[in-house]
Ligand binder design. Sequence first.
Ligand code: NAP
Ligand code: HSE
Length: 437
Amino acid sequence: MLEAVKVGVLGLGTVGCGTANILSRNADEIARRAGRGIQLAVACVQNLEKSRDCDTSDIVLTEDADRVVCNTDIDIVLELMGGTEEARGLVLKAIDHGKHVVTANKALIAYHGNEIFQRAQDKGVSVAFEAAVAGGIPIIKALREGLAANSIEWLAGIINGTGNYILTEMGDKGRDFDDALKDAQRLGYAEADPTFDIQGIDAAHKLTILASVAFGVPLQLSKVYTEGITEITSKDVSYAAELGYRIKHLGIAKRTAEGLELRVHPALIPQRRLIANVDGVMNAVVVKADALGPSLYYGPGAGAEPTGSAVVADLVDVVRALTSDPENRVPHLAFQPNALSDIPVLSIDEVSTAYYLRIHVLDRPGVLADVTRIFAVHNISIEAIIQKERQAESTSVPIVILTHQVSEQNMKCAISELEELEAMTSQVMRIRLETLS
Ligand code: NAP
Ligand code: HSE
């Protein structure tokens, strides 16, 4: 067998140690798959004094990133430190030194992927990023290689474990939002800054990457419409359940005749859909492809070894391709770089979906007529309407409405007119509804 490939890692935290432990535990099988051994030789960390969750006795630890990215003994650099600007600089430096790169950093790829892939192409090296989306699920490989025959019509995914954990806890145990978030942080699911999880930013990074690989378009993070889960209440979760739906935080990328929809937001999904039953920190992505039809990819969306599993799979791919001509490698974004498409991305106002609305109105004659008149003016057709019981000491009653498909623009106008009604006692709560059929 050939000599082992030497690898350097930037960051030896949760994912770095998960990766190191897998490489050491499964060394023989990994070598049989890759065609040669893989040796984690050097690791750059911030604090040399910190204790590690992996055996570092055979790894040179350093605080100097250049000892990884400029190291002539190293063939492959793992970027597992996170962040965008410093990581960008180090990844570009590694590429300039002829290193292949494997990263789990979705923010880095979403912001700087176009530049990084161009530089990698110019230098004839690979940049692999399976672990950046949906943790351990091999969704990038599935889209880029397994579905290469297909035209992808749409994909919809639960791609943030923290958000899904919070919504599951609210639905199953009736816990409130802040309580469930604290738990997700304690369990290590949340990002260092949990606003990335709960405001949909992390999911937007991941959707940007999925859309590029699915449709062969450049990475376009700024065009993703992004809403988080902070407005969802336990009441909405239970009203949705009474109507046969579950609320999930989805990333949706859809090809339409007018352009691409790229959006991240909570949505009601019929309970009978498999993806509606993906709970806790688990992630899942449904892909609708023209030849295969629908397929579902499910698994842990975060954590040390699930994410390390994806990092090591990328490493094995890179090692297998070390001797192949760069032109014959799998393209970074699935499509050949000179064949990317400029399909326009639609603004959210151009998107049509069904809606769940929760309104609170004074319980008196004629109010419902005012509500339905506004809907009629804006061409909104109602699928179901339920008046819930008045809550103790409240002067208003909650009304839950499901609509048929309507353009976002029309719904926005209707909501602003509803909120001007004198009988309306609070803001309208609106959540999009996706049948995923
Ligand atoms: P983490 O536990 O905080 O580990 C980060 C590591 O990077 C630490 O070892 C830290 O050093 C080191 N580091 C940070 N800044 C550095 C710098 N400027 N120079 C040198 N070393 C630096 O983070 P993580 O959870 O492993 O996440 C790493 C990446 O994977 C992120 O991009 C994250 O979004 C992504 N990711 C994470 C998960 C997950 O489940 N955690 C899943 C998918 C993707 P010290 O240890 O000395 O502080
Ligand atoms: N904070 C992220 C999540 C980690 O909860 O999904 C995995 O990307």
